[in-house]
Write a protein that binds this ligand. Structure first.
Ligand code: SF4
Length: 359
């Protein structure tokens, strides 16, 4: 453990909370090594420079094409390689997707995310997904998609349709990656992120913890994300959901404090990004959610069931928000900057997942 008073020489060159893209692995590991209270204090202090600590952004997710994915991501029940009993579904009709988007808007969602279990979209699918993006935009919702790997042209096409965000996760560190996925490389993933940025869209990219990786792998994942030329605007930190039939079904539990540490380190390294809790929330109790918000998480996925069935999760999230004095973040106005400028919030200034891994 690094003592609270220890300051790494490299830290002397930086003001904590500055936007940086030059993190060394050693520095990131030193953050993970801090005493828990020191780490959380540091993360919360930085969080307040950029965000209202009492607001959490809420997104909904709809699976527009489920299962039968040819990739072999070891955590994912949508892979065709694992027998998980998941029923595959074809690409949904555009009108059906827009119906769900309308329902999401009525239930207060400000961003509508659409996920398809593809290696990458086929050209024949593009007109449909483009129509979905346009329709969701016309409803006044922010749009987000996760469709697998994108070529530069596909990214351009989606950007021209008005897609706000594209999700593509790095999943884990480059070193541990081959233990989890063999059908696409780390470089493939980085290239898709480059195409998304090149087309002018916002990036949503994070990873999964609890897959048997070491602390150095969690550090490696965050180092990769933070050292991108621009930080992802959204950084989902997922806790592995062990699904029977997948290779990770028997994976041992991760110490919950390691999950909270990962959130805190993500907050410190990418201070202006939304750090999102998504998969694995079902297994986290209220205290764990509250600690995650304190560590700097400020976005949640309601999960895809919200739109079609009564969602106890949604109700309990709102009840917890009320108990903690948290309010859902409103949609940013079109002229607002994508990356918020530093601001200071004090305790009184503010007002108040999906189990299916997709890409
Ligand atoms: S995570 Fe995405 S790419 Fe990997 S198997 Fe699941 S749906 Fe396919």
């Amino acid at each position: 453990m690094t003592s609270a008073a220890t300051v790494a020489p490299s830290e002397l060159a930086h003001v904590p909370g500055d936007i940086r893209h030059d993190w060394s692995r050693q520095e990131v590991e030193a953050l993970f090594d801090l005493p828990f209270n020191d780490l959380l204090f540091r993360a919360q202090s930085i969080h307040r420079r950029y965000f209202d600590p009492n607001r959490v952004q809420v997104s909904t997710l709809l699976s527009i094409k489920t299962g039968a994915c040819p990739e072999d991501c070891a955590y994912c029940p949508q892979s065709t390689r694992y027998d998980t009993g998941l029923e595959a579904e074809k690409l949904m009709a555009v009108e059906k997707v827009l119906e769900q988007a309308r329902a999401a808007r009525e239930s207060g969602a400000t961003r509508f995310c659409m996920g398809a279990a593809w290696r990458s979209p086929k050209q024949r699918d593009m007109p449909y997904v483009v129509a979905m993006v346009k329709g969701v935009r016309e409803l006044g919702l922010e749009s987000c998609m996760t469709l697998g790997m994108l070529s530069g042209e596909q990214a351009q096409e989606l950007a021209e349709a008005g897609l706000d965000y594209y999700n593509h996760n790095l999943d884990t560190s480059p070193e541990f990656y081959r233990d989890i996925i063999t059908t696409r490389t780390y470089q493939d993933r980085l290239q898709t992120l480059e195409h998304v940025r090149g087309a002018g869209m916002k990036v949503c990219s994070g990873g999964i913890v609890g897959m048997g990786e070491q602390v150095s792998d969690r550090a490696g994942l965050l180092q990769q994300l933070a050292n991108l030329p621009q930080h992802p605007e959204s950084v989902p930190v997922n806790m592995l959901v062990r699904v029977e039939g997948t290779p990770l079904a028997e994976q041992a539990d991760l110490d919950p404090f390691e999950f909270i540490r990962t959130i805190a380190v993500a907050r410190i390294m990418m201070p202006a990004s939304h750090v999102r809790l998504s998969a694995g929330r079902e297994e986290m109790n209220e205290q764990m959610h509250a600690l995650a918000y304190f560590a700097g998480a400020n976005s949640i996925f309601y999960g895809e069931k919200l739109l079609t069935t009564p969602n106890p999760r949604a109700n309990s999230d709102m009840a917890l928000f009320a108990r903690l004095g948290i309010e859902p973040e409103q949609r940013q106005v079109a002229s607002a900057p994508a990356v918020p400028s530093p601001q200071f919030y004090d305790a009184t200034a503010g007002t108040a997942g999906s189990a299916r891994g997709v890409h």
